[in-house]
Design a binder for this molecule. Structure first.
Ligand code: UDP
Ligand code: MG
Length: 316
């Protein structure tokens, strides 16, 4: 019988967390999902870990036939890792979570119950967010959340939380999306009719360190901005029109001033410099944005695969 519930977990250098994660997860699964008509499976993606993560995962898969391990040939990032597992899921309900135990596996039944109520996407909303992470990790998250709310138009509290549940239809729709850079929570919402959030507990990272630095987050933010809206490009045009108008008015003002004070000298040179630098700066920002879109178009047209699976491990 095909599984009813699929748990998806991306793994990148998490050897210290895997034993506890599996102990807690298998306990929850054994206790909360006992209905024999609703079998479950767990799919780990090893996203090119350099430590013993893969060895540990394969050992688990040998013991437990309901566990599958998708091995990537190198590191492709958390969201690609989740996609790699999505390609393998069989369940009607799909739950994703992080391996570092920041998302307690004990919350899974709550999310599954919501999907069973008829929601397509159920997001976790982290309560009492633990921030062992630095200021540079929390600040960008806040910005990511705010910008995502604006660009996707769906008002959720917490886009960063990867403890989420999806109906099978939404996962299938996401799998049809061939674009390389995609931010799963936002992508899922674009295919869902009924979306909700449930409060979930949030713990400190159990061991190891966050795989996200400032740059990875900036990249994620650009993913969001450019894959889900054309607002930045439209804002550029609006800005251009406004600037041109201001420039024209300034010009008229200068002409009038010249007539009123024919003896006036060029003491405005420095003001002009200031204005010039400001606009040159704006132009570079604009070029940068255009470049970002063009770069992404280039990546898309090359149509390289988002990830490469080396092997799928599963006990027979
Ligand atoms: N992860 C991954 N590939 C990566 C980076 C992260 O599969 O390139 C996994 C990681 O093992 C963890 C999850 O994604 O299970 C979230 O990563 P992390 O805890 O570092 O992110 P944060 O909690 O800081 O947002
Ligand atoms: Mg984490």
């Amino acid at each position: 019988m095909d599984p009813y519930l699929s748990i998806v977990i991306p793994i990148y250098n998490e050897e210290e967390n895997i034993p506890t994660l599996w102990a807690r997860l298998s306990k929850v699964m054994a206790e909360s999902f006992t209905d024999p008509s609703k079998p479950w499976e767990v799919i780990f993606t090893d996203d090119g870990s350099r430590d013993r993560s893969l060895v540990l995962l394969v050992a688990i898969a040998k013991e437990e036939p309901r566990v599958k391990v998708v091995e990537f040939n190198r590191n492709y990032g958390q969201h690609s890792a989740i996609f790699g597992a999505f390609a393998e899921v069989k369940g009607r309900v799909v739950v994703t979570l992080d391996a570092d135990l920041q998302n307690p596996p004990e919350e899974i039944p709550k999310l599954v119950a919501k999907v069973e109520e008829g929601y397509d996407v159920v997001g976790g909303w982290r309560q009492g967010r633990q921030e062992n992470d630095s200021f540079f990790r929390t600040m960008p998250s806040k910005i990511v959340n705010a910008v995502t709310r604006k660009t996707t138009g769906v008002k959720l509290h917490d886009y960063g939380c990867m403890l989420r549940a999806y109906s099978r239809e939404v996962v299938d729709a996401m799998l049809l999306c061939k674009e390389r850079s995609s931010f799963i929570p936002a992508l899922a919402n674009s295919f869902a009719k009924r979306i909700t959030e449930v409060p979930v507990a949030h713990a400190e990272r159990a061991a190891g360190e966050s795989k996200y630095g400032l740059w990875k987050l900036i990249n994620l933010q650009f993913d969001l901005l450019t894959s889900f809206s054309l607002i930045p490009l439209q804002a550029l045009s609006v800005f251009g029109v406004v600037t041109a108008a201001i420039g024209f008015i300034l010009f008229l003002g200068l002409v009038v001033y010249r007539f009123l004070h024919p003896e006036g000298t060029a003491q405005g040179v420095f003001t002009l410099f200031a204005i010039l630098f400001f606009f040159v700066g704006c132009q570079f920002i604009a070029f940068g944005l255009l470049g970002e879109y063009i770069g992404r178009i280039y990546q898309e047209v090359r149509d390289r695969p988002r990830y490469m699976v080396k092997k799928v491990h599963q006990a027979q």
